[in-house]
Design a protein around this ligand. Structure first.
Ligand SMILES: NC(=O)C1=CN([C@@H]2O[C@H](COP(=O)(O)OP(=O)(O)OC[C@H]3O[C@@H](n4cnc5c(N)ncnc54)[C@H](O)[C@@H]3O)[C@@H](O)[C@H]2O)C=CC1
Ligand SMILES: O=C(O)C1=N[C@H](C(=O)O)C[C@H](O)C1
Length: 272
């Protein structure tokens, strides 16, 4: 037996699920105690190491979240909105730390997750990498320093299987720009241009989404004015940056009081 926190990875066969399974298995600070996939998935009942094409590691892929979460100290969840809402309720019952990387959550999903946060420690971020969370803070500072003569545009690029747009990261960056400017993002976002759109509205924060090939995740925040442009940029070339952030969050959350946190809390980057 060991005192290391037991981690469940859900969505194990997904792009992030595989990476999380590898990172937790290799960690000396946590142990992999369970992996989940959706009911009917071909991996259910198989050893996850073998399902990923390697040696067995003694952890069988399950489709029973209640059983898996009740024996864990944290669940790493990069799946889909409906699944994440279900896991939030189960993690709250089990008092298990819930690390949420899933994006594309609706207002209704967010309010259910918020309710779960009364009982569980939830750490949620549209991007778990150190680099993007630094970029969030830089974006806020630059937006604070510049007035509306500078048009703010958030440009993101992802692989061709991504289902939501703008990306969770783009929305974090847009929110940081709006916070820096002291305006509401909801009332100032320009999320899709097509046709005779008219000239750009002064003060709006624009979003553009590119989808293609195997792009892991790229984000630019552009501040454009007459005669100059400032571009803050982040490129993720390996999903390990997200998975390492998620494991760090799970460890940080141990013993933390229930509530909703983000990666700025975990990384100590939050300003008062
Ligand atoms: N916050 C962050 O740092 C990052 C967030 N993401 C987000 O994570 C999510 C997943 O991304 P990918 O891994 O690329 O997607 P993916 O489609 O490769 O994987 C999702 C997995 O979840 C599984 N799943 C769906 N419903 C389930 C259920 N009820 N129970 C168990 N498993 C279930 C699917 O079968 C699939 O294997 C997306 O929302 C993406 O935007 C991705 C990378 C980084
Ligand atoms: O779906 C992805 O792949 C990613 N999703 C997150 C997002 O929506 O921002 C984070 C990262 O960019 C990869």
């Amino acid at each position: 037996m060991t005192d290391l926190p037991g981690i469940v990875v859900t969505g194990a066969s997904g792009r992030m699920g595989r990476m999380l399974t590898e990172i937790v298995t290799a960690s000396e600070r946590a142990r992999l105690v369970g992996v989940l996939e959706r009911p009917g998935h071909a991996w259910i009942g198989q050893d996850v190491g073998e399902a990923m094409g390697g040696a067995p590691i003694g952890v069988i892929v399950s489709d029973d979240p209640l059983e898996q979460i009740s024996q864990a100290q944290a669940i790493l969840d990069f799946t889909a909105p409906a699944a994440t809402v279900e896991f939030a309720a189960l993690a709250a019952q089990a008092r298990c730390v819930h690390v949420i990387g899933t994006t594309g959550l609706s207002e209704e999903d967010l309010s259910k997750i918020n309710a779960a946060g009364r009982h569980a420690t939830i750490i949620r971020a549209g991007n778990m990498s150190l680099g993007v969370n630094l970029l969030v803070q830089l974006t806020k500072k630059v937006a604070e320093a510049l007035d509306e003569d500078y048009d703010i545009e958030v440009i993101e690029a992802h692989h061709n299987q991504k289902v939501d747009a703008p990306s969770g990261t783009a929305l974090m960056l847009g929110q940081a720009a709006a916070d820096g400017r002291g305006v509401s993002l909801e009332q100032n976002a320009d999320r899709g241009r097509d046709g005779i759109t008219g000239a750009r509205t002064r003060g709006h924060i624009g979003f553009t989404a590119i989808r293609g090939g195997d792009i892991v995740g790229e984000h630019d925040v552009m501040f454009a004015t007459a005669g100059e442009r400032i571009v803050l940029s982040h490129i993720a070339s390996d999903r390990a940056v997200f998975a390492r952030g998620a494991l760090k969050a799970a460890l940080w959350g141990q013993g933390r009081k229930p509530g909703e946190y983000d990666m700025l809390d975990v990384l100590g980057l939050k300003e008062n």
